[in-house]
Design a protein around this ligand. Structure first.
Ligand code: NAD
Length: 477
């Protein structure tokens, strides 16, 4: 069994139950990890608390340099890490490499920002008095991460937490623990002081809940589903832990008749089926103006039909298996509901049969056109290779439909009229709007959902504010 990584070393936890991790494509056992539970969380929080004073006292530029060494080391281990990620997550090897590259780039972004962690000063506060606003780290940060992008979603938290002087206890999803554990050992081999970054594997209900409830943790940085985010926010209220919550989404992509329709079709297909559709920022609903809607729906369906489905390890695979059986069951149910409501399946629609599909959680990339606007594919988050496409009268209807969702994470608008595009960007309730652009997250820009897609920001300088607190100091001279 692989152990928790606590205080700079692999740490066995006596009597911990074993969690078996399986490859989503083959059901072969990848390995086992402990259900770390309260004992593991207590030990990790103790190690992170012990490390905090020294790490906080380290100059920010030196913390940045330490993080730079970590990023370089992760990059140097890409050939080792990418197959591990594919084995536990299921994604094609090419996407695993891409994910690791994004993880490294995000850490490097925070290396740069480490030179710019500043407060402010007020020179004319009062006669003979000056004021300073200092930025202080929070303390121990609990980072809870899902299985869809285990390394990048961790980097989004690790980068800003570490450069601002916090220490971290990370809990990966119970189904994707190995790459995260290896990242921790690589970070320490690269010189990160012991206790600064700890990894505690286990389930959400037991180990995750223990982390959220621990009084020694000052902040929970969570990425995951909206229901669990709400639970975390409620528990965190008990001792006023700070939270950032990156939650679910149902991102709309709107195509106006004056757009570059072919480019929009490509962006919709790419935005939906990347990572087998298991992304918070995936395109989940397409609204096209009536005069081009048939062309859009058929165009995306044609692209979906061409995607090559297979094991993440097989050459040429573009779509791997879904990550879990429950994930596939949810997609099948949402598709059935869409069809029952009047939707027409233009591509896919089935679970493929034969080798290697019989062993894993595969589902064909699927496009359903014209389902009811209150069917599951329109109102729920679809977390897999299933896309709904609708015809709408005009941009106004598209924006109304887009905003009808309880989510507000990403959105995109395709039109050649920039004034229309900017108006749409103002009116769509989402944390991000891409105009004539595929849904790519930039490290420079703050990212975070509105409405039930979350609270707080990751990425950009703005994220630093969520890992620090301002303190005012008055000096009378
Ligand atoms: P999930 O909420 O079930 O699990 C996410 C993490 O939380 C896992 O590590 C899990 O073990 C842990 N967890 C579960 N219950 C917990 C509890 N009671 N206390 C503490 N921790 C707990 O999410 P999931 O369904 O596995 O992941 C997919 C979801 O994540 C989707 O809704 C997706 O949109 C969302 N997501 C959001 C973003 C974003 O940045 N907004 C990014 C990726 C994924």
């Amino acid at each position: 069994m692989e152990h928790a990584f606590i205080g700079g070393r692999s740490t066995p936890l006596d009597g911990a139950e074993e969690i078996v991790v399986r490859d989503p494509g083959t059901q072969e056992v990848v390995g086992t990890v402990p259900e770390s539970g309260s004992a593991g969380i207590d030990a990790a929080v103790e190690a992170a608390t012990a490390a905090f004073a020294g790490w906080r006292a380290t100059p920010a530029s030196a913390r940045g340099k330490a993080l730079e060494a970590v990023a370089d080391a992760i990059e140097a281990h890409t050939d080792e890490l990418a197959p591990m990620l594919t084995a536990e997550q299921g994604k094609p090897l090419r996407e695993s490499r891409l994910e690791l590259h994004r993880c490294v780039e995000t850490l490097r972004h925070y290396v740069g920002l480490s030179l710019n962690i500043r407060g402010t000063a007020v020179s004319d506060l009062d006669t003979g008095a000056r004021g300073m606003v200092l930025r202080r780290p929070l303390g121990v940060v609990g980072a809870i991460v899902p299985w869809n992008f285990p390394t990048t979603l961790l980097a989004n938290k690790l980068g800003p937490a570490l450069v601002t002087g916090n220490t971290v206890v990370a809990k990966p999803d119970e189904t994707t623990p190995f790459v995260t554990l290896r990242l921790a050992s690589i970070a320490h081999e690269a010189g990160l002081p012991e206790g600064v970054f700890n990894v505690v594997p286990g389930s959400g209900q037991i180990t995750g809940a223990a982390l959220v409830a621990h009084p020694g943790v000052r902040k929970i940085a969570f990425t995951g589903s909206t229901p669990v985010g709400k639970q975390i926010m409620a528990t965190a209220a008990d001792d006023m832990k700070r939270v950032t919550l990156e939650l679910g989404g149902s991102d709309p992509l709107i195509i106006c008749a004056d757009a570059d329709v072919d480019a929009a079709i490509s962006a919709a297909a790419m935005g939906r089926f990347f990572n087998c559709g298991q992304a918070c920022l995936a395109i989940k609903r397409v609204y096209a103006e009536a005069s081009i809607a048939d062309r859009v729906a058929e165009g995306i369906a044609a692209k979906a039909r061409k995607l090559s489905l297979g094991l993440g390890t097989a050459k040429g695979t573009q779509i791997g298996p879904l990550h879990s059986e429950e994930g596939r069951v949810a997609i099948v149910k949402q598709l059935e509901d869409a069809v029952a409501s009047g939707g027409e399946v233009l591509a896919g629609g089935s679970i493929p049969e034969g080798e290697p599909f019989d062993r894993g959680w595969f589902h064909e990339p699927t496009v359903v056109y014209g389902a009811s606007h209150d069917s599951a594919v329109a109102v729920e988050e679809t977390f897999g290779p299933l896309l709904g496409v609708w015809s709408v009268a005009d941009l106004d209807e598209a924006i109304d439909r887009a905003n009808a969702s309880p989510y507000g994470l990403g959105s995109s608008v395709w039109t050649s009229d920039l004034a229309k595009a900017m108006d749409a960007a103002d009116r769509i309730d989402a944390g991000y709007t891409w105009i004539n652009s595929r849904t790519k997250v930039y490290d420079e820009l703050p990212f975070g959902g509105l409405k039930q897609s979350g609270y707080g920001k990751e990425h950009g300088e703005e994220a630093l504010a969520f890992y620090t607190e301002e303190k005012s100091v008055v000096i009378r001279t």
